[in-house]
Design a protein around this ligand. Structure first.
Ligand code: FAD
Length: 220
């Protein structure tokens, strides 16, 4: 596992210009945003057209791994190219006194880098394990492992976390001073991701109980 010590927002394209006070310079903040997320958005120019695709991901130190079908056109286009990957958490809607000042509370990360198509079989295996366990810790070991055919049908991309930014908004609305006397409710409507109760596949054999790793995930 490689660890990068470069501070965040240290390159021209990752330096926040608007609301700089919301930017984080600590790499731990990047890891926290990535590790708390489940879905990233991969932005790539494919055949001259920008395309943004949601995908699962996993992190190993300062490397982000994404996977997809070998037939995935955007993945093919991304290999060896500059990409942008984002992860976003919405923490609340900020209802201001004026429409203009409405906002959101959030934590988000933007990563720029050259995507590499991972060819080494051990690294591909490890990346798929990371992605699976990122969704449900312990799932890789509990489920059937991929066959050679399934591995061949799967592409793995790696993206370095060297060039990245994190932006976080918290707190109440920032209304214009004259608007604080208005008869308009203002505040934050918090929101968070919660898990439901596990729902067994109707085709599951009745004697198979909900395993601990699923119960652990469901309990947050
Ligand atoms: C859930 C959510 C909803 C949002 N809604 C809106 C909206 O409706 N309208 C709006 O204008 N903005 C919105 N934003 C903020 C938006 O993401 C940008 O930060 C903002 O628009 C400034 O854009 P810019 O190009 O001027 O940023 P700049 O500050 O010029 O961007 C320069 C660099 O800063 C970094 N950066 C910028 N924004 C982010 C970010 N959010 N997270 C991590 N790094 C970042 C990137 O590396 C970027 O290349 C929202 C953000 C989130 C997470």
């Amino acid at each position: 596992m490689s660890i990068d010590t470069t501070p965040l927002s240290s390159t021209p394209r990752t330096s926040l210009r608007r609301h700089r006070e919301r930017g984080m310079s600590d790499r731990e903040a990047l890891y926290e945003v990535l590790d708390a997320g489940l879905v990233c958005h991969l932005g790539v120019v494919a055949d001259g057209m920008p395309v943004v695709l949601p995908t699962a991901y996993g992190r190993d130190g300062d490397t982000l791994y994404l996977h997809g079908s070998s037939a995935n056109g955007a993945f093919g286009a991304a290999a060896g190219q500059q990409v942008c990957v984002t992860v976003t958490h919405m923490d609340g809607i900020v209802a201001a006194r004026s429409v203009f000042s409405h906002s959101m509370n959030y934590r988000s990360a933007v990563v720029f880098g050259t995507a590499t198509l991972v060819r080494d079989e051990d690294e591909r295996w490890q990346a798929l394990r990371l992605i699976t366990d990122h969704l449900i810790p312990g799932r890789w070991a509990a489920a059937r492992q991929p066959t050679k055919k399934e591995m061949a049908a799967t592409s793995v991309l790696s993206v370095p976390l060297t060039e990245a930014s994190v932006k976080i908004r918290t707190g109440m609305p920032a209304d214009e001073p004259e608007d604080y006397d208005l008869d308009v409710w203002a505040g934050v409507l918090p929101m968070s991701l919660t898990w439901g109760q596990p729902e067994a596949d109707p085709l599951l054999r009745a004697e198979i109980p909900v395993p601990a790793h699923i119960r652990d995930r469901a309990s947050g």
